[in-house]
Design a protein around this ligand. Sequence first.
Ligand SMILES: [Zn+2]
Length: 170
Amino acid sequence: MTELNEQFQELIRVVPIPYPWDTVAYVERVAEYRGRPITLCPIEPGSLSGTGCGTGSGVWIARQHDDVIMYGADTAWHADHIIAHELGHMLLGHGHDGAEETPDTSDLPLRALMPSLSAEAIMSVLRRRDYSTERERDAETFADMLLVEATLPRRRPSPFRSTFFRARHR
Ligand SMILES: [Zn+2]
């Protein structure tokens, strides 16, 4: 977990957290850092039938030239957390590597959820089952850390902060 904390500190250095917190602005910074646009696609809570990430509500769809984050949330905080979790997978390098056969999405109504989504361009659809337990936990921890960090007061070197993370994530 210490390693994850180090990765996190490095990531917030190269992709600074907007202050005050702004999900869309942060998503744009991550997109710029990765050199691939990210599209946010809100869907009805429950549309993924619990197969998504975290509490079952998020999915990362990698297309040839961009990435889509689908999230079904009933509150703004939940939406932020799902998005942060998926960004965590991206920033921690949890994507599929290389070419693969067309991903099986027959159990997901992707077209209905996002009519503009062209099936041919989809390279991978990453849900909870596609990740190891460790990666799934790391993405969830990343989301927790990011949203805590985002709400902390800025520009005050905080001994509390480091103590907090050490205590929490050891
Ligand atoms: Zn996940």
